[in-house]
Design a protein around this ligand. Structure first.
Ligand code: NAI
Length: 308
């Protein structure tokens, strides 16, 4: 398995590191437009190999896409991150141009690749890759829900005073503060609905804290987070590489599923060697359906800003 990660910044490097540490990929190519940056990050990471016990070969490249040839999976993290007070949607102007060029370059050298889009506004960037590359829809996957769900589980465990491994929960919908739909009704602690343990008010607070999870970190860090985003991407790449058929909420093109059409938004999907193996349609309550549909309206409004 050869993986390319475009953007050797905070998220790209963290993603490459987690992929290497999990030791399932033969090769990771880090590519960045900044001269020498990806080479430097790759060398630094390779010098952790004997310490962390992995055999994945990490190389760096300054914008030389020939080095990415025949990648099985390409991850796009190139672009600008938000600063405190910014929304993800405000990044669209710069990032759309970057994502369009980068995805065309990647496909030229790896026509069979699966692409995972991370750059924000992620649902709209995923849609842009659909509109501009002609790749099959199962091969274009947006990462947002895996991260948002990890943040949801973190907040649930905190509220329940429980170990995170005891907690399960999922966030669907758009990857934005207003668009996220944390499915509190379906969240469990060791198979028991979390509503058995905490009040509705506390659950509402968990939901609100989850939705602003990224903004909270941006406020603390001065830029957006990287460890959990990198780990979320690496989990998705691993599911594809090892054909695990694990379910992740991912942004994918909907064609009637959940009553939605012509947009990419987060829903549960099965990930395996073909990328998105299937979309899982769960029965949502009326309130959840309404929340998802207003989330979809928000994503469509951002898509409308694209110059296609
Ligand atoms: P960063 O600024 O640390 O890294 C971005 C890198 O992209 C830089 O090294 C830059 O040189 C490179 N780059 C810019 N244009 C390029 C081009 N045309 N070709 C190749 N490389 C190029 O930013 P960070 O924190 O890594 O975030 C990256 C993106 O990921 C941002 O758009 C951010 O909003 C998004 N993000 C998305 C998340 C999600 O859940 N989908 C979570 C966290 C961040």
């Amino acid at each position: 398995m050869k993986v390319t990660v475009v953007g050797a910044g905070a998220v790209g490097a963290s993603c490459a590191e987690y992929i290497a540490i999990k030791n399932f990929a033969a090769e990771v190519v880090l590519l960045d437009i900044k001269e020498g940056y990806a080479e430097g990050k790759a060398m630094d990471l390779m010098q952790t190999a004997s310490l962390n016990g992995f055999d994945t070969k990490i190389t760096g490249s300054t914008n030389d896409y020939a080095k990415t040839a025949n990648s099985d999976v390409c991850v796009i993290t190139s672009g600008i991150p938000r600063k405190p007070g910014m929304t993800r949607e405000e990044l669209i102007g710069i990032n759309a141009g970057i994502v369009k060029t980068v995805s065309a370059n990647l496909i030229e050298h790896s026509p069979e690749t699966i692409i995972i889009v991370v750059s924000n506004p992620m649902d709209t960037m995923t849609y842009l890759v659909h509109k501009t590359t002609g790749l099959a829809k199962n091969k274009i996957i947006g990462m947002g829900g895996a991260l948002d769900s990890a943040r949801f589980k973190y907040r649930l465990a905190e509220a329940l005073d429980a170990p995170i491994s005891d907690v399960d929960g999922m966030v669907i919908g758009g990857h934005s503060d207003k668009g996220m739909v944390p499915l509190t009704r379906l969240a469990t602690r060791n198979s028991v609905p979390v509503s058995e343990f905490i009040s509705e008010d506390r659950l509402t607070q968990v939901m609100e804290d989850t939705k602003v999870g990224g903004a909270t970190l941006t406020g603390l860090l001065g830029t957006s987070a990287w460890y959990a985003p990198g780990a979320a991407v690496s989990g998705m790449v691993q599911a594809i590489a090892c054909d695990t058929k694990k379910i992740f909420p991912c942004s994918t093109l909907l064609e009637g599923e959940y009553g939605l059409n012509d947009l990419c938004i987060g829903v549960p999907v099965v990930l395996g060697k073909n990328g998105i193996e299937s979309i899982v349609e769960i029965n949502l309550s009326d309130a959840e359906k309404a929340h998802l549909s207003s989330s979809a309206e928000g994503v469509k409004a951002t898509n409308g800003l694209l110059e296609l």
